[in-house]
Design a protein around this ligand. Structure first.
Ligand code: 3UK
Length: 531
């Protein structure tokens, strides 16, 4: 199960030397026939060697590339990395750009050349970029011109600063490069990606993923839950620097020779428009985005759309219902994590059960552990524990010990299982509200509030209280045409009390213009708590 690592193709051993000690790794299991990979594997070579050369691979704001053109672009960039940039196998390359065909080609070229991609999200600022560049000891930077200010201002290894190319400079070098490039013959367990968590607290954690892991995520969720096909057209919002986006908007389409539409700065409105224009069939975005899109959906022709995937945070049942009413589509909810690379519990079609995220994706197993680490049965809330073909390996980080327990990955989520093996999200483990001895999950109260016609968005947290320990406090964004008032507060409170145990009702309600969210769509509850 935990076989020894194969011989690395790298001359720079940074990644392997900074993997956690073997005894701190989670168990890895490759039980399915489709998860048997050869010991030497370059994921980009595998993805692009089998592709339909004449079909459209990527579309962007400026045009489209067939697979043949994408392959040539990737090969030319790979030559620049190994030629003029003088990078050595195993070196790290920080990548920075909004979603676009060029950003996609750069990520693929880095991996194909036997280098390690360190993608960063466009909204990160100099301080955060500096932390990442230093932690991953990056050797070079490829950065979109429009994001160069923060990159230039970031602290970083001197070698990387001296070896930085802005996309316009990189593009100028491409015509002189050969369009053929032999992929580095990497080990299946050579690290090809260091993805930093979008964690809401603390120093970012770098998660290390192998060439094999990239193939694994393509061969799990898309194959058994999403059922992707060559004639699919993928679209969505998550950044390629977030593994939700890297998988959903780049790797999964490439795996089946499908097309992907990579656009930046999509709003609910422009995403709907783009679905219509490009006849997209599969969409990936966050729950709040679907909630906003549901209200606007009738203004667009969405008849091409077949499947919609929601991840990043819990999908409120109220959002699932309004999306279904607006589009006729049954949402595919899926929980994933940067540590596990992509989605490991999900359900689609007839398998969807109200209120549940779903069942473990084939290849993965999950259970609920209590606070002593013992498995609990159906109907008991506890800590979600997962294992499968991918798992947590932090880059030089003590927090490895918090994420992995007895071979299980602990995601930090409070979940409950039913007798049929469906998994129900309750809250983040740290976010459970304890009021006068009752355990209250904020998202459950949020789901009720979202059903009130005045509520556009909301976030429910525990606010410290002398008498009760904590009280339930709701932060509400109103829909246009509604005004905050003591009457509305009372109305929302009785609305909640009518639909759930009264001890869960928000004793305090605050009205905000917007909720604080990360670039990956997650509500920053700690910001609501500190207000
Ligand atoms: C939360 C969910 C309930 C949950 C991610 C799909 O979100 C991703 O990775 P992150 O490392 O965060 C992981 C945490 O986010 N979460 C994600 N999806 C759901 N909670 N229902 C969901 N459907 O707390 C989890 O532990 O940013 C999602 C694919 C790849 C990813 N990296």
């Amino acid at each position: 199960m935990n076989q020894a690592l194969t011989t690395s193709a790298y001359t720079d051993h940074f990644a392997r030397t900074h993997l956690p000690p073997r005894e701190l790794w989670p168990d890895l299991r490759f039980d399915l026939p489709e998860l048997q990979y050869p010991p030497r594997l370059n994921c980009v070579a595998t993805l692009l060697d089998e592709c339909p050369l004449e079909r459209v691979a990527v579309r962007g704001a400026l045009g489209e590339w067939t697979y043949a053109q994408l392959l040539q672009q990737v090969n030319r960039i790979a030559h620049v990395l190994r030629g003029p940039m003088k990078l050595e196998p195993g070196n790290r390359v920080l990548l920075r750009g909004a979603n676009s065909p060029m950003m996609a080609a750069c990520i693929l070229a880095v991996m194909k050349a036997g280098l390690i991609a360190v993608p960063t999200m466009p909204l990160l600022r100099a301080r955060e970029l500096g932390a990442i560049a230093n932690k991953a000891q990056v050797n070079a930077v490829l950065c979109a011109d429009n994001l160069r200010d923060d990159m230039a201002a970031a602290e970083q290894p001197a070698a990387a600063r001296a070896n930085t190319l802005w996309f316009s400079e990189l593009e100028a070098l491409l015509p002189a490069q050969s369009a053929e490039f032999d992929a580095l013959d990497t080990a299946a367990d050579d690290v090809c990606l260091i993805s930093f968590t979008s964690g809401t607290t603390g120093i970012p954690k770098g998660t290390m993923h192998f060439h094999r892991d990239v193939m694994v995520i393509c061969d799990c969720f898309p194959r058994s839950v999403l059922h992707t096909q060559r004639n699919d057209i993928f679209i969505g919002t998550p950044p390629l620097a977030f593994t939700f986006g890297l998988g959903g908007l780049l790797l999964f389409p490439l795996r089946v020779g499908a097309a992907t539409v990579l656009l930046e700065k999509l709003t609910p409105e422009t995403l709907l428009k783009a679905i219509e224009t490009h006849h997209a069939t599969i969409c990936f975005t966050a729950p709040t985005s679907y909630r906003q899109m549901a209200a606007l959906a009738p203004q667009f022709d969405l008849s091409s759309l077949k499947k919609t995937v929601s991840a990043g945070e819990a999908l409120p049942p109220a959002t699932r219902e309004s999306w279904r009413q607006a589009t006729g589509l049954q949402m595919i909810d899926g929980i994933g994590a940067t540590e596990l690379l992509h989605i490991f519990i999900s359900a689609s079609g007839d398998q969807v059960r109200a209120g549940a995220t779903g069942k473990p994706v084939p290849g993965y197993q999950a259970c609920i552990l209590d606070f002593q680490g013992k498995p609990v049965g159906p109907g008991v809330i506890g800590r979600l524990a997962v294992k499968g073909p991918t798992g947590c390996r932090y880059l030089a980080d003590e927090r490895q010990r918090d994420y992995v327990l007895n071979g299980w990955n602990l995601t930090g989520d409070a979940y409950e299982m039913d007798a049929d093996g469906y998994f129900y999200y309750r809250s983040r483990t740290d976010d459970m509200i304890i009021s006068a001895g009752y355990n209250i999950a904020g998202p459950e109260v949020e789901d009720v509030l979202l059903r009130h016609p005045a509520v556009a968005e909301c976030g429910v947290i525990g606010k410290p209280d002398e008498e009760r320990g904590q009280i339930v406090e709701a932060h509400v964004v109103l829909r246009a045409g509604h005004m905050a008032s003591p009457e509305l507060t009372a109305q929302l409170q009785s609305f909640v009390k009518e639909q759930m145990a009264p001890y869960k009702y928000p004793r305090s309600i605050k009205f905000l213009n917007a909720l604080p969210r990360t670039e990956t769509g997650k509500l920053q509850r700690f910001k609501l708590r500190s207000e």
